[in-house]
Design a protein around this ligand. Sequence first.
Ligand SMILES: C[S@@+](CC[C@H](N)C(=O)[O-])C[C@H]1O[C@@H](n2cnc3c(N)ncnc32)[C@H](O)[C@@H]1O
Length: 226
Amino acid sequence: MKGKREMPDYYREVYEKWYSWFSYICDPFVKVFCFLFNGGFGGERRWRESIIEWINPQPGEKIIDVCSGTGTLSIMLAKRLGGGEVVGIEISPAQLKIARKKEKPDGLFFIEGDAQDIPLEDCYFDRGVICGALHEMPQEVRGNVLSEAYRIIRPGGKIVIIEHNKPKRKWKAGLFDFLERFNPEYPTYKNMLKCGLINEIERAGFRIVKTNTTSWEYLQIVLAER
Ligand SMILES: C[S@@+](CC[C@H](N)C(=O)[O-])C[C@H]1O[C@@H](n2cnc3c(N)ncnc32)[C@H](O)[C@@H]1O
């Protein structure tokens, strides 16, 4: 394994302090977000199922959920896969604690660790997903995480990335910007929009296959190939 990467102070602040208490409301928060932006009750399930359609898991495959949070997507993926292996890597012990209390389908494993240094060999996975995490990271960390995802996915393997988006309509862009101002991740969110998600995914070596928006254009979903 390579040496540990640097953690910029701002970023350490976000994931250590913020998630030490936000973890408790993370799942309800996502439910409310999906209720508002994904069509009411059952919004989160529908939204996550649509992400799984993009991932398109095939029986027996190995899939990594990078920055797996409280594990909801990893669990749904492992159930859908029915065999194979799903690995969730997550840096926050508080988030992982919640994930580990949930149901554990066969073939699902969680690793506590930094997605900049994933302790698994090159080309281990067939597919990967990074859902809603890159906007929390400074530019350099985003680059490291995307390069690490590239390293552990096999040639021809696919990755799905879901991230915050800047909608074309001015009123929506203004509304989302206003909402994000309450978030401690606002500076890195703005920086990610400025740098351009697609540019950063391509810079890591991936080829973009397709992209679309979800959740009222609040989010962008990207399918890319190694
Ligand atoms: C907004 S949550 C999304 C969680 C999950 N992907 C989901 O769909 O619910 C972002 C997660 O990324 C994690 N994270 C941020 N930086 C990380 C890193 N360098 N390595 C691993 N996890 C990280 C945070 O601790 C947090 O749990």
